[in-house]
Ligand binder design. Structure first.
Ligand code: TYM
Length: 335
């Protein structure tokens, strides 16, 4: 069975972009793939995290993933730091990756902003650890949103260079799985149709969190940036209307249909009609997830034991792969 690995940072709430761009796909792949999903706490500390908040956010994210349909009976769910092989392989792969490759990473440029010299070394080598997350399980498929494409290409480049340098076929080349089933690959901010919906956007109105209640969701969609024109009857008519395109895309992803089908239904109508329909659909989709989240989040002992069991299973897969890597490199066997 093909093996899936994906990860999400425990910073901020799970939002609609994460859900439609990645997590809904994670849930959908559980029956057809062997799945490993990790809450990437090692990645989170590339930007300073308050320790108590990080602990809490790791449990928040675990509860949100369970509420979104990740089933520990079918998938391995764990927090990254509990499986030391990620960091160990990360070091090895850091010796394979080239500085020039990392210099091209746009996420580092975005996150470091103007203060590159002052950003952490961890933020710079972030994509190398991400490659280790995937390769330490020899994962073949990686469901992600469109923004992770470049990191996935880097993981493939690192795998190819390791295999070539050592003359082995140790790592399979991982395939990104983006927009499975016509899903939304990049959900944009509700305040700016040209910026990604993101946990780090200071405006809470820019995103819908999976923990928002019905009134909050309706208010955020009501306030979402749009324009004064009616919706067109075909997708081509959305070309220069990023906000309209985003709202139609969200509707289509939630309704599990295509933007064309949405426009067949709403073409010719204004946002006065479309926004309430989108709010209703969003609330209907998220309400059961929010209720399940509250229930899961209340039982910390249960969350911790899901993560502990997941980490034990993950270590059992990762340890022999790391041993194979060490043997290939020429390290003496550990006693
Ligand atoms: P993170 O935590 O930023 O996001 C988790 C997943 O959500 C997707 N996503 C989106 N999809 C569509 N529209 C959006 N606005 C949007 N925002 C986020 C992301 O593409 C991602 O799939 N580097 C990763 C975490 C990671 C990882 C890995 C992923 C660490 N190791 C190994 C895959 C494999 C990240 O920061 O995701």
């Amino acid at each position: 069975m093909p093996r899936v690995l994906s990860g999400i940072q425990p910073t901020g709430n799970l939002h609609l972009g994460n859900y439609l761009g990645a997590i809904a796909n994670w849930a959908a792949m559980q029956d057809s793939h062997e799945c490993l999903f990790c809450v990437v706490d090692l990645h989170a500390i590339t930007l300073f995290q308050d320790p108590a908040s990080l602990r809490s956010a790791t449990r928040d994210m675990t509860a949100a993933l369970l509420a979104s349909g990740i089933d520990p009976a079918r998938s391995v769910l764990f927090n990254q730091s509990a499986v030391p092989q990620h960091a160990e392989l990360g070091w090895v792969l850091g010796c394979v990756a080239r500085v020039g490759w990392l210099n091209r990473m746009t996420q580092f440029k975005d996150k470091a902003g103007k203060d590159r010299e002052g950003s952490s070394v961890g933020l710079y080598v972030y994509p190398v650890l991400q490659a280790a997350d995937i390769l330490v399980y020899k994962a073949t498929h990686v469901p992600v949103g469109d923004d992770q494409k470049q990191h996935l290409e880097l993981a493939r480049d690192i795998a190819v260079k390791f295999n070539t340098d050592y003359g082995v076929e140790l790592f399979p080349l991982p395939e990104p799985v983006i927009g499975l089933g016509g899903g939304a690959t990049r959900i944009m901010s509700l305040r700016d149709g040209t910026a990604k919906m993101s946990k780090s956007d200071p405006s809470a109105n820019s995103r819908i969190d999976l923990t928002d209640d019905a009134e909050t969701i309706a208010a955020k969609i009501r306030k979402a940036k749009s324009d004064a024109d009616a919706l067109p009857s075909e997708v081509a008519g959305l070309a220069d209307r990023p906000e309209a395109r985003n709202l139609v895309g969200i509707y289509a992803a939630l309704a599990k249909t295509s933007p064309d089908a949405v426009l067949r239904q709403f073409g010719g109508q204004g946002f006065g009609v479309f926004k309430p329909a989108l709010a209703d659909l969003t609330v209907a989709t998220l309400a059961p997830i929010t209720a399940a989240y509250r229930e899961r989040r209340a039982d910390e002992a249960a969350l911790d034991s899901v993560l502990a069991e997941g980490a034990a299973k993950a270590r059992a897969i990762a340890a022999p792969v790391l041993a194979e890597v060490y043997e290939t490199i020429g390290f003496l066997t550990r006693c």
